[in-house]
Ligand binder design. Structure first.
Ligand code: ADP
Length: 175
């Protein structure tokens, strides 16, 4: 699914985010920036050890924050490490919104034209996929309506169900 917002587009894709050739892919990171399982594990395996080494130099960030490293051996030149909330810790919705917004701002700050997001916090962190879709998509739509130079924002969903939820939510939000 593909929609236009001003001069930009939002694409929904079912697949593996590590295969994206966008300028940056977003990692569903933790505040310590230690790359374990899920998206982070896949990025570490395909991108090589330099990504974790750069994370170690940065040292960490707040929940809702985002930092940028090289993409190592990935097709993407950069990895933006966005820290989503862990379900149950409190203020999850705001934190997920901030993780999305700070990633988009960081992409613009580095003059990146394309970025790919996973469904942040919906794996190991246990956040519901329908709320994730609503927050990440509405935050992105609002951001692209403002002054952004990003041309495409891809949401890469790992399962057919997650893809369907994002598709229905995006359709609903644009009504
Ligand atoms: P978190 O700790 O923020 O929950 P995870 O990496 O555990 O992050 O999961 C976030 C989402 O990414 C989940 O929906 C998971 O199914 C999905 N996912 C896992 N691996 C990949 C991948 N290679 N590409 C895209 N999405 C992935």
């Amino acid at each position: 699914m593909n929609v236009r917002i001003k001069d930009s587009e939002i694409n929904l894709i079912k697949g593996d985010i590590t295969e994206q050739d966008t300028d940056a892919i977003v990692n569903a990171a933790n505040a310590q920036l230690i790359m374990g399982g899920g998206v982070a594990g896949a990025i570490r395996r395909k991108g090589g050890p330099i990504i974790q080494e750069e994370c170690n130099k940065i040292g960490g960030t707040f929940v809702g924050g985002a930092v940028i490293t090289t993409g190592g051996n990935l097709k993407a030149r950069y990895v933006i490490h966005a820290v989503g909330p862990r379900m149950g810790e409190g203020d999850e919705d705001n934190k997920l919104k901030n993780a999305t917004l700070n990633s988009l701002k960081l992409a613009d700050k580095h003059n990146l034209k394309s970025i790919a997001f996973p469904a942040i916090s919906t794996g190991i962190f246990g956040y519901p996929i329908n709320k994730c879709a609503k927050i990440m998509l509405s935050t992105t739509i609002e951001y692209l309506k403002g002054n952004s130079n990003i041309k495409s924002v891809n949401f890469v969903l790992f399962t057919q169900n997650d893809f369907n939820v994002f598709k229905n939510t995006l359709t609903e939000l644009l009504k």
